[in-house]
Write a protein that binds this ligand. Structure first.
Ligand code: 5MM
Length: 345
């Protein structure tokens, strides 16, 4: 393990004004996104969509420090023959790879899942390094039970998922690949923001114990957490300031200062909400780690709608992506204001 290299990459991933583009939708998930614009889920459409994003300037060189790819994409070339990973590195951004194989039902725990993908991971990581990946991502899913059912999440679900995340992280570091550890406490449900805090705190404390137990060097990792937020169907919505305060409080209680950076997932928040929450946190607090974005939907929803699968919308879609990337770049510095949304890209 080359700790200097790992730390250097991790710090570059959270460089000031920059964050990550999560473009690692599996074939099923990108299919759902394409269905929203009436587009067929073919390899060529997936290629063209991502090709358009990765060629967007100045978004890519100024605001996107790295791109999380799916297995198909890291091996794919654009229509003109350029490897999609080359588009990313040419922009000065870093290719990364999602290596988990998805969340599957957890035996004996109804409604809960365990993320799979450890078998053969050592060999896959060596292959991905050769293909240019310098960081990886593994997402663990923690659901919160509805109607006040506090048996979900179970301690069993959290323990097994955090154990798997640490096993993945240790294998990544052995392969000189920075692990993004993503324990996502899911927003769906009628739970309160306090319940989200409680579950996220327990999850993060378990995660850092597992990382310690398995010898993962924190200086060579990035955390990708959810924000602390009210459940999507809870009518008592916490304000943006409460989300920011409680998220920062939870992270400050759980995440060691040795971690080089935190890159949030958007988790189903609207793109503007995700940007605003990030900016308030950065504006109001001085914390031991930089906080930035690792957004999928919150970066892609707007350009996808504009693109609609038509080459005639290419420039407009790139303008929409430039705008969201710039807004989030500003949010990572605490300099975003909702009024900026009216500015053109
Ligand atoms: C982009 O979506 C990622 C892949 O999802 P599937 O494996 O289910 O296809 C997802 O892991 C993503 O990286 C994170 O959840 C962050 O994305 P959002 O949209 O929540 O910001």
């Amino acid at each position: 393990m080359d700790l200097d290299q790992l730390n250097e990459i991790a710090c570059a991933m959270v460089a000031p004004g920059k964050g990550l583009l999560a473009a690692d939708e599996s074939t099923g998930t990108i299919g759902k996104r394409f269905a929203s614009i009436g587009l067929d889920n073919t390899p060529d459409n997936r290629r063209d969509w991502r090709d358009m994003l990765f060629r967007t300037e100045p978004a890519m060189s100024k605001h996107i420090s790295g791109v999380i790819l799916y297995d198909e994409t890291i091996r794919q070339s654009a229509k003109d023959g350029t490897a999609l990973t080359k588009l990313i590195t040419d922009a000065g951004s870093i290719p990364g790879i999602k290596v988990d194989m998805g969340a599957k039902p957890l035996a004996g725990a109804e409604g809960e899942t365990i993320t799979e993908g450890l078998d053969g991971l050592r060999d896959r990581l060596a292959d991905y390094y050769e293909l240019g990946a310098r960081f990886a991502k593994w997402r663990a899913v923690v659901n919160i039970g509805g109607n006040g059912d506090d048996s979900v999440p179970s301690q069993y679900c959290i323990n097994t998922n955090m154990h798997a995340l640490a096993r993945y992280a240790a294998l990544c570091q052995e392969a000189n690949i920075v692990p993004i550890v993503e324990p996502e406490v899911i927003m769906d449900g009628d739970h309160s923001i306090e319940r989200c805090y409680e579950v996220t705190e327990f999850t993060l404390k378990t995660l850092y114990r597992e990382l310690f137990d398995q010898g993962v060097v924190l200086e060579g990792t990035i955390l990708k957490p959810n924000m602390i937020i009210s459940g999507t169907t809870n009518d008592d919505r916490a304000s943006a300031e409460e989300v920011a305060d409680m998220t920062v409080q939870c992270l400050a209680n759980c995440v060691p200062a040795a971690v080089p950076g935190i890159a949030f997932l958007s988790g189903g928040q609207s793109d503007e909400e995700a940007t605003e929450h990030l900016s308030i946190m950065n504006e109001a607090y001085d914390l031991p780690w930089p906080m930035t974005f690792s957004y999928g939907r919150a970066l892609q929803a707007a350009p996808l709608k504009v693109w609609a699968g038509k080459s005639s919308n290419y420039d407009a879609a790139q303008a929409a992506f430039n705008h969201r990337a710039r807004m989030n770049g500003l949010a990572s510095l605490g300099e975003y204001k909702p009024a900026m949304e009216k500015e053109t890209a």
